[in-house]
Design a protein around this ligand. Structure first.
Ligand SMILES: [Cu+2]
Length: 342
């Protein structure tokens, strides 16, 4: 169900969203949009149920009348073959088929306007968690400005219960082309557009990992631009925050660390507290705290890390990380260093 005007768009978009949804659903049960677990997603889901019920009733009435006419007035043996009487003009019928659809459209648009404004005008409490989401070809950057944390592809947020409400407010923007942010179980699909900030909020009501996908075609690796939202209990979330804020503990005498810091990797990647301050690729400060690599493309293991760095174009062809020429020794050293970034 789309809430913003730009999203009401094309059939193609719908098909891509639907196929993303179906694949998310078959592979991971936690992508099921029919089981909303945050207020915005629940409101959108109720609205779509209402729409489906209305459309289904219209279908049943029309199809029922049609079936009745076809059967009841079918030609039978002995019927006259001449044309039946033709009836022209009936004010009652004209008025009925004008007014009823107008009423239906009115109800649907009012219900949509109500839900749209309820979601968009929600007051964000002062203690909400603010996260800036930046879409990149083909990964997600998550910045927590108040906590001074930057991470990628896996968004950690706290659980929100009635006893302890914790709202998360997301500012969405893009570093390059238009992307779409959609976590079916948490909130409606929202465009991620360069030079513009869209906002959504979520109040997830169950812990767990929620899956989403970039929902607007953004180039060759669009399909491999998954989002993982990890909803932690407030205590776990606090622990995660502390871990993310911990400084890099490497020593200058560490050869593996030197191998990384003297490589071209640092042009594009940041490791907080070191001379690596690149901002083109994902922040690697706490790389090992992520379960997956490359927007959920592959599990985060040392072997997969090595494979990726050795030949990034093999795993995600066309992506923005070049193959950096490294000897096997350098590669091992860099992987060894990266695996210390807890
Ligand atoms: Cu995208």
């Amino acid at each position: 169900m789309n809430l913003r005007p730009r999203q009401s768009g094309s059939f193609l978009l719908f098909v891509s969203a639907l196929s993303a949804q179906l694949s998310a659903q078959t592979m991971h049960p936690s992508g099921n949009m029919f089981r909303p677990l945050a207020t915005p997603a629940r409101m959108v889901s109720e609205l779509s149920e209402l729409t489906v019920v209305i459309c289904l009733s219209i279908f049943l009435v029309v199809a029922g009348l049609l079936a009745y006419a076809v059967i009841r007035f079918a030609y039978r043996e002995g019927d006259s073959k001449s044309e039946p009487p033709q009836v022209y003009g009936s004010n009652q019928v004209e008025i009925a088929w004008t007014v009823i659809p107008i009423l239906i459209v009115f109800v649907l648009s009012m219900a949509t306007a109500r839900i749209t404004s309820a979601v968009q005008n929600q007051k964000i409490p002062k203690d909400a968690l603010y996260v800036t989401v930046v879409g990149h070809q083909w990964w997600w950057e998550f910045q927590y400005p108040d906590l001074k944390i930057t991470t990628a592809n896996e968004l950690h947020i706290p659980l929100s219960s009635t006893a302890a409400p914790h709202m998360t407010s997301l500012k969405l923007t893009s570093a390059d082309v238009s992307h779409g942010f959609w976590i079916p179980q948490l909130a409606g699909k929202t465009d991620v557009i360069p030079n513009r900030t869209n906002t959504i909020w979520i109040d997830p009501q169950e812990t767990g990992t929620y899956l989403g996908n970039c929902s607007e075609y953004c180039g060759t690796q669009h399909a491999k631009m998954e989002i993982r939202v990890v909803v932690d209990t407030p205590e776990e979330f606090q622990k995660w925050v502390e871990r993310q804020r911990a400084a890099e503990a490497g020593a200058d005498s560490d050869a593996n660390r030197q191998a990384f810091l003297s490589s071209p990797c640092i042009i594009c990647h940041t490791v907080n507290g070191t001379s690596a301050m690149g901002a083109i690729g994902p922040d690697l400060s706490h790389l090992m705290s992520r379960d997956t690599l490359l927007a959920a493309e592959t599990p985060n293991t040392a072997a997969n890390l090595r494979d990726w760095i050795k030949d990034p174009q093999h795993l995600k062809p066309g992506n923005k990380m070049p193959t950096v020429p490294l000897t096997d020794g350098q590669l091992d050293q860099i992987v060894a260093y990266l695996t210390t970034l807890k």
